[in-house]
Ligand binder design. Structure first.
Ligand code: MG
Length: 203
């Protein structure tokens, strides 16, 4: 499986990092070795002093597809969770300044946290999901998925023009405003609505 991520998909987040909102989705990938599941501890890597959380809606592809039109994309996922796209912001800033790819800052081990998947039908519709993350008990990110610049269906359609999506692939759909650093001892709890879907610690 592969992990496909969208960058700059909420206007207020793009602004907080001084990025433009793009005309087309910004796409990058993480390898399967980046996955962190079952509320396992996240270990701070030694190559960064500024690891940021980015809380995101994550959907799982349920059958292979390529070149799918946006209006049919909803047929290719039916479960959803929240995840964290951990980012080495210091490394990312250095790579961006040099015009280099982001992978070292985005694709490292443990950088793709996912919560428990729930059937989309149980939590609502993809374009109207409230999701949030509590850092040490304080809500630091909270938004409705309707604020995405590019909808999940548009992202799937767009990506499928370039990359065949396969069963089990994950799409991280971008983070809203409120990103920030983590430190050892922090606890992160992610929600869709009132449902707690991940709860893990930073070591
Ligand atoms: Mg992200």
């Amino acid at each position: 499986m592969k992990i496909i991520c969208v960058g700059r998909n909420y206007a207020a987040h793009a602004k907080e990092l001084n990025n433009a909102v793009e005309e087309e989705p910004v796409i990058f990938l993480k390898p399967d070795s980046a996955l962190l599941i079952n509320n396992k501890d996240f270990y701070l890597p030694d190559f960064s002093n500024d690891i940021h959380y980015e809380t995101e809606i994550v959907v799982r592809i349920n059958k292979a597809v390529k070149h799918i039109e946006e209006k049919f994309a909803h047929r290719y996922y039916d479960s959803v969770t929240v995840g964290v796209d951990f980012t080495a912001r210091d490394l990312q800033s250095m790579l961006k300044a040099k015009g280099l790819p982001w992978e070292r800052a985005k694709a490292f081990d443990g950088s793709a946290v996912i919560g428990s998947f729930v059937p989309l039908a149980d939590v609502g519709i993809i374009s109207d999901l409230n999701f949030s993350m509590k850092l040490n008990g304080q809500t630091v990110q909270s938004v409705n998925s309707s604020e995405m610049v590019f909808s999940v269906d548009k992202v799937i359609s767009f990506v499928s023009r370039f990359i065949t999506l396969k069963t089990g692939d994950l799409i991280f759909t971008g983070t809203p405003q409120g990103v920030g650093p983590v430190k050892a001892g922090d606890q992160l709890i992610g929600f869709i609505g009132d449902r707690e879907l991940f709860n893990f610690h930073v070591k």
